[in-house]
Design a binder for this molecule. Structure first.
Ligand SMILES: Nc1ncnc2c1ncn2[C@@H]1O[C@H](COP(=O)(O)OP(=O)(O)OP(=O)(O)O)[C@@H](O)[C@H]1O
Length: 467
C-alpha cells in the first residue's frame, strides 16, 4: 500500500498500529510519539507517520520512505502502552470466537480458559484440555494465542495448555507409577547394543559434564542451560557451554555471539567466548538459515567433534544443552557423552510433566545420575505489583520430582525479563546478577554443585557403559 505524504513524496506503508486514542488525548499521544522520534534522531515526525481517521477511530501509520532506516519500535511501544488498555473482557470476547475441541461451542463457554492475567500489554492464561487429546489440540492453543495477539494493545500473549487434573497433582500414566529410588541407584536395565564396545572416555581438561534436557521443546531448556552455566560461573566455576541442539542451535542468539570459531592448527577448534564462558555451537559453523539434513551418524560425529576437537580445557563444568525430546538421537547422545549428571527442565503443566518423566527415564536407562528437576515458567510475577500468580499450575514439577525421588532444584518464574534478556543475547544472570531472577538461577546452581559433590563423594562418577 502506498500513501502520499504532505510533500507529495511517496511513502510505503510498512506497518500500522490502530490506536484507540480518545480525541482529548490525541495531542498528548502525538507529543509523546514526536518525542520518541526526536530521541531517535533519525526521522522527522512528518515523514514518519500518517494519521487516518475513519470516522470512528484514528490509526497511526508507520511510514517509511524508500531508503530511510526503519522506524524505532520503542516509539510505537511507548505510544501503545500509554494509550491502549487491554481489558480482560476484550480478551474473553476474542476467545469466545475460538471453537473448542467439539467444533460447536467456544472455549470460553466450555469453561476451558483459566484466570486471565494482563500486565503491561502482555496477556497470560492457560487452556484446560483432556490429557489424551493434548497433542492434537496444540493448534487450538496456537489459535487462541494468535487471536489474543491480534487485539489492539496486546504486545504479547503467553498461552499454555494444561491437562485436567484427576485426583490431585500430576497423576502419572500407569507405566511410570512405580515409586523410583534415588537416581544414583541406577537400574540394572541399561541398554546393551549389539556387542560394540564404546567406552565413554573422559575429555581431558574437562572435570565434569552435565546435560540440560527436556522431554519436549519450548519449555525453556536453552534459557535454563545458559543461565545455569552463568550462575555456575558466578559461583567460581570455570564453565563451558556446548549447544548439542544441532537441529535448532540457539546459543549464538541467547549469548549474542556471532562469527566463526578459529582454529590454530587446522585440527582443533578454539571455542567462542561470552560473559566469561566458553561456548561452542553448530550455529557457529553453519548459517542459521541453512537447512541441514542430519542423519544419525552425522549427528554423532558433529557432537563428537564439538566435544573432543574443541579446546575446552581447562574447565570445571561443561554444560551441554541437549536437543529436546527423548528419541533415538537423544538417547545415543546421553549414552555417548561421559555425563556426570543431568538436569531436567519442565514446565508445571501435567502435559509437560509426562514428557519430563520420559526424559528422566531415558537418563536412568543409560545410568546417568539425575541432578534434579527445574520447574520453568513456574509462576508469574506481575511487573507492576510484584504480586505472584499461579496461573500455570505451579508446583507440578516439584510434586512430580518428590514422587519419583529426584531432587527438586527450584522454580523459575515466568517473567518478561527472562524472555526479553535471553532473546536479546543478554542473559539475566549476566546482566542483572543481583536481581531476583538471577538469584533463582544461583540457588539452582548451588544445588547442582551440591548434588555433583555428593555424588563424587559417594564415588558415583560417570560409569563406563558397554553398548
Ligand atoms: N522463565 C521464563 N520466563 C519467560 N520466558 C521464558 C522463560 N524461560 C524461557 N522463556 C522463553 O521461552 C521461549 C523458549 O525458550 P527456550 O528457547 O529456552 O526453550 P527450549 O526448551 O530450549 O526450546 P527449543 O527446544 O525449541 O530450543 C524463549 O522465547 C524464551 O525466552
Amino acid at each position: 500500500m502506498l500513501l502520499a505524504g504532505k510533500n507529495q513524496k511517496i511513502f510505503q506503508l510498512v506497518d500500522h498500529w490502530r490506536i484507540f486514542v480518545p480525541l482529548p488525548r490525541l495531542r498528548l499521544a502525538l507529543e509523546h510519539f514526536a518525542a520518541g522520534v526526536k530521541e531517535s534522531g533519525k526521522l522527522s515526525l512528518g515523514s514518519a507517520i500518517g494519521l487516518i481517521y475513519d470516522g470512528a477511530e484514528f490509526s497511526v501509520h508507520r511510514l517509511m520512505s524508500q531508503g530511510l532506516p526503519p522506524f524505532p519500535s520503542r516509539c510505537f511501544s511507548s505510544l501503545k502502552a500509554d494509550n491502549m488498555t487491554v481489558t480482560r473482557e476484550a480478551v474473553i470476547d476474542k476467545l469466545s470466537t475460538i471453537k473448542g475441541p467439539d467444533f460447536k461451542d467456544d472455549i470460553v463457554s466450555l469453561g476451558m480458559v483459566s484466570e486471565i492475567f494482563i500486565a503491561d500489554g502482555k496477556v497470560f492464561f492457560s487452556i484446560t484440555v483432556p490429557a489424551e487429546r493434548a497433542r492434537e489440540l496444540e493448534p487450538l492453543r496456537e489459535a487462541a494465542e494468535r487471536a489474543v495477539k491480534s487485539l489492539p494493545g496486546v504486545q504479547n500473549a503467553v498461552v499454555a495448555l494444561t491437562a485436567e487434573r484427576q485426583g490431585g497433582m500430576g497423576q502419572a500414566p500407569a507405566q511410570t507409577q512405580r515409586p523410583a529410588p534415588r537416581p544414583s541407584a541406577a537400574p540394572a536395565s541399561a541398554p546393551h547394543g549389539a556387542g560394540a564396545v564404546a567406552a565413554k572416555a573422559d575429555i581431558p581438561g574437562v572435570a565434569k559434564i552435565i546435560a540440560v534436557a527436556s522431554g519436549k521443546g519450548g519449555v525453556g531448556k536453552s534459557t535454563t542451560a545458559v543461565n545455569l552455566a552463568l550462575a555456575l560461573k558466578a559461583l567460581g566455576q570455570r564453565v563451558g557451554i556446548l549447544d548439542a541442539d544441532i537441529y535448532g542451535p540457539s546459543m549464538p542468539r541467547l549469548l549474542g555471539v556471532k562469527g566463526k570459531p578459529a582454529s590454530k592448527d587446522g585440527r582443533t577448534i578454539v571455542p567462542m567466548e561470552a560473559y566469561g564462558v566458553k561456548v561452542m555451537s553448530m550455529g557457529f559453523m553453519v548459517d542459521e538459515d541453512t537447512a541441514m539434513v542430519w542423519r544419525g551418524p552425522m549427528v554423532m560425529s558433529a557432537l563428537r567433534q564439538m566435544l573432543r576437537d574443541v579446546e575446552w580445557a581447562p574447565i570445571d563444568i561443561l554444560v551441554v544443552d541437549m536437543p529436546p525430546g527423548t528419541g533415538d538421537a537423544q538417547l545415543t547422545m546421553a549414552q555417548q557423552v561421559p555425563l556426570a549428571g543431568a538436569v531436567i527442565v519442565s514446565t508445571p503443566q501435567d502435559l509437560a510433566l509426562i514428557d519430563a518423566r520420559k526424559g528422566i527415564n531415558m537418563f536412568r536407562k543409560v545410568e546417568v545420575p539425575l541432578l534434579g528437576v527445574v520447574e520453568n515458567m513456574s509462576y508469574f510475577i506481575a511487573p507492576d505489583t510484584g504480586k505472584r500468580y499461579d496461573i500455570f499450575g505451579h508446583g507440578g514439577a516439584k510434586a512430580e520430582a518428590e514422587r519419583i525421588g529426584v531432587p527438586f532444584l527450584g522454580g523459575v518464574p515466568l517473567t518478561m525479563d527472562v524472555r526479553e534478556t535471553s532473546d536479546a543475547g543478554t542473559p539475566v544472570v549476566a546482566v542483572d546478577p543481583e536481581g531476583a531472577q538471577a538469584k533463582v538461577y544461583l540457588s539452582i546452581a548451588e544445588k547442582v554443585l551440591a548434588e555433583l559433590n555428593e555424588r563424587e563423594g559417594a564415588g558415583a562418577g560417570p560409569k563406563i557403559v558397554f553398548e
